[in-house]
Design a protein around this ligand. Sequence first.
Ligand code: DSN
Length: 422
Amino acid sequence: MTEVYYGPDFELMQNQDPEIASVILSELERQRNGLQLIASENFTSPAVLAALGSTLSNKYAEGYPGKRYYGGCEEVDKVEVIGIERAKKLFDAEHANLQPHSGASANVAVYQAFTKPGDTVLAMSLPHGGHLTHGSKVNFSGKWFNVVSYGVRSDNELIDYDELRDLAIAHKPRMICSGATAYPRLIDFKKIREICDEVGSIMWVDAAHFIGLVAGKAIPSPVPYADVVSFTTHKVLRGPRGGMILSKAQHAAAVDKAVFPGMQGGPIMSAVAGKAIALAECATTSYKNYAKKVVENCQALSAGLEAEGMRAVSGGTDTHLALIDIRSTGITGKEADERCGASGITLNKNAIPYDPQTPAVTSGIRVGSAATTTQGMGIAEMKIISSLIARAIKEGDKAEKAAQIRTEVKELVHNFPVYPEK
Ligand code: DSN
């Protein structure tokens, strides 16, 4: 990591609003002093942070480059055009839209571009690793669409492609969604394309979790197969918080119209600039090496936790995340999350497939290697982290034990400083 963006603007904020400035500094210290293992988080670069804090934030730019509803867009037009071209090149995509404010809003746009309310959509169930926007009853997707869910097999915890095909044939969905938030394995996009072709469905891939690995060529890309690919830009991809959509050229107009004016007003141009910067970073050899290391580290973390007596769902991982069944410890996911938190280890409780516990309690934890790999950690550190997690789960309810683990966590992370001062 290079140094954090600590420009004169931050000093100004400290003078003008010490209350908020002190919270921002405390969060920086939290990120520096703990282990960040949430699979959907990362440390973005100082250049991206600088773009987010830039004057581009002031500009309204409803519309698209060259077709805006406001004057004065000549500079932000350049940023968006550069970003679009970088995205198309990096992912070998025919069309890119950088405007969605988040992954969930990108998904709203996908529904709007390809479906009408009431249409049938086939997607992975949330308890098996899907996402709220893949048809959860508490989300717009489950309220406005007839979402049929597929899941993973009980014997090997891999996507049940036979079930997926049977459901597709039975329900003839308008759109089939693949992609998940807690599935550690590669998805067979070729097979899903064949099923989509067989039943005449749009193929939508929500690649939020793994698109950074695709960008770094560490895993196969869904782009050649899918009609549309939506994702967030802040996970392994290491960009600013936000969303993006890639599509085939034939869907470009529908996607753009669905994003604006269909779903959003003005884009957040500072975030669009941050996305453009991250896309350029992803095209470097150093990022490719990073993406490969993220996977190797996650495999080491998953194996380390298994060596500590826990079980990796599906037997391991091919990606940046591992889902761990911790029932052998006698502790729930909720308790493990709390005990790890008290010990300076940030991760999240997560349902495992066929979980006997409720979603608020769960039998599992989800861990990811994106942030620690950005810090420069490697396989040796993943082994240490596995043992720290195991100790936190077993003993992190006792204040003195949690404090001891927290000290060891601090010693470890201080060898891999995050955003060191100039
Ligand atoms: N909240 C994200 C995650 O943690 O996986 C998905 O949106």
